[in-house]
Design a protein around this ligand. Structure first.
Ligand SMILES: [Zn+2]
Length: 411
């Protein structure tokens, strides 16, 4: 019975930021999604991040604060529209050994190379393994292979297409005596997305945001600012950094939504200290994003073990309660139980939410600074064009259908 209640209750949709949320079981069952409630935390983080910015940025961001808050949830909605999206929201660090995971490349190309095979197909349709990701390579070959890989494979990864140009494959590998004839087809197979790409994706978005500031592209600045805010929020949630992301391996189904949705929903606006100070300039964004994820990961054990202990000691009949959410009655962790968990965590949820707010504004500020501190005062965001409107509608329609690709925190 208890498990059923958990199932009912925590159907969350994801993950969202430090807190986020969930579309709850009920929308899933009825086919109606309720975007606003569950997205509480992501929206709150983005909105509060705007308020910390220096005047040179505030002049533009404040005008668009509603857009930046509302679109904080776009990446999660996109998980219902494309299978490429899900991996950006998490990383299962426990799949890579133990902290500080020194063998895991912080650079995206190096990480992808280490976890990718290259295969070719000959004219008869037979497939051959050309590069095994476990191969040991000579330093000279590795250096050249890396250059080729960055040009020929990395862009394909981002396009979602696993094909590699056979001419490019033939040119490179025949030079090294590894291929005699031009293959009919070539493709790669990577083993990294399944464990999530969150910290690498953050660096990718940081670069795109910096470029948008450099171009003074108002619409793109707003879109990317809103979206990197989402991913940074996710990076501050401990359960976004481990494979036991919903307690499914330890009999704690529903803990994802409990930590990142229920607790902030109940307590954030009424008791959290949102004064987080000013953004800082980040010298090395790549290492810094990684540190966010590593810090989160260091809290995973506490998140799980404290909840487990509390479930055993707290009166069982006062753990789950009927409560209204967006006008719909459901079964959720009781207020007193949530309060006890929050206290036992010694304010961790609040600390991570505060850290996320200043992290988001620091990433925006750093992108702007690295773009040469462009004057934002005269920027005009205009109105969305037809293509933007259509893309947004596609994502919203997919979200409304409620069929997510990949990982879900519903259990
Ligand atoms: Zn997310």
């Amino acid at each position: 019975m208890k498990k059923q209640l958990n199932n009912l209750l925590f159907l969350s949709s994801c993950t969202v930021a430090i807190l986020m949320l969930t579309a709850s079981a009920i929308p899933e069952k009825t086919g109606i999604n309720l975007p606003s409630w569950g997205f509480f935390a992501h929206k709150r983080i983005n909105r509060l991040a705007v308020l910390t910015l220096p005047p040179e940025m505030m002049v533009f961001f404040k005008k668009h604060i509603d857009f930046i808050a509302d679109h904080a949830v776009d990446p999660d909605m996109r998980r219902y529209a494309t299978r490429l999206e899900g991996a950006r929201h998490f990383i299962d660090l426990d799949q890579y050994g133990t902290p500080p995971f020194e063998n895991l490349p912080r650079n995206w190309s190096d990480a992808l190379i280490r976890h990718t095979d290259i295969r070719v197909v000959d004219s008869k349709g037979d497939t051959m393994l050309l590069v095994d990701h476990r191969d040991t390579m000579t330093p000279v070959f590795r250096q050249e292979y890396r250059k080729w890989f960055r040009q020929s494979v990395v862009p394909a990864f981002y396009s979602g297409n696993h094909e590699v140009n056979p001419d490019s494959v033939f040119r490179f590998f025949s030079d090294w005596g590894r291929l005699d004839t031009r293959p009919a087809d070539a493709f790669f197979q990577e083993y990294i997305s399944g464990h999530g790409i969150l910290p690498w994706n953050l660096q990718h978005f940081q670069q795109k945001l910096t470029d948008a500031f450099r171009e003074r592209d108002a619409r793109l600045i707003l879109k990317l600012s809103a979206e990197i805010g989402h991913y940074i929020g996710d990076a501050h949630v401990p359960l976004h950094t481990c494979s036991n992301y919903n307690g499914q391996k330890t009999g704690q189904h529903g803990i994802h939504g409990f930590w990142e949705s229920r607790i902030p929903e109940l307590f954030a606006d009424e008791s959290y200290d949102y004064f987080v100070g000013k953004p800082v300039y980040i010298e090395n964004t790549r290492d810094w994003f990684w540190q966010c994820a590593l810090d989160s990961h260091s809290m995973v054990d506490s998140v799980l073990s404290i909840e487990k202990a509390l479930r055993e000691s707290f009166p069982a009949d006062r753990q789950m309660c009927p409560d209204m959410r967006q006008g719909i009655m459901g079964i959720h962790p009781c207020r007193e139980f949530a309060s006890a968990y929050q206290e036992a965590l010694d304010g961790m949820v609040e600390r991570r939410m505060r850290a996320a707010i200043v992290a988001v504004s620091s990433a925006w500020y750093t992108a702007w600074a690295n773009a040469g501190q462009p004057d934002l005062s005269g920027l005009n965001a205009g109105t969305p064009n037809q293509q933007e409107l259509e893309e947004e509608q596609t994502v919203r329609n997919a979200f409304a259908l409620g069929k997510i690709f990949g990982r879900t925190e519903e259990h």
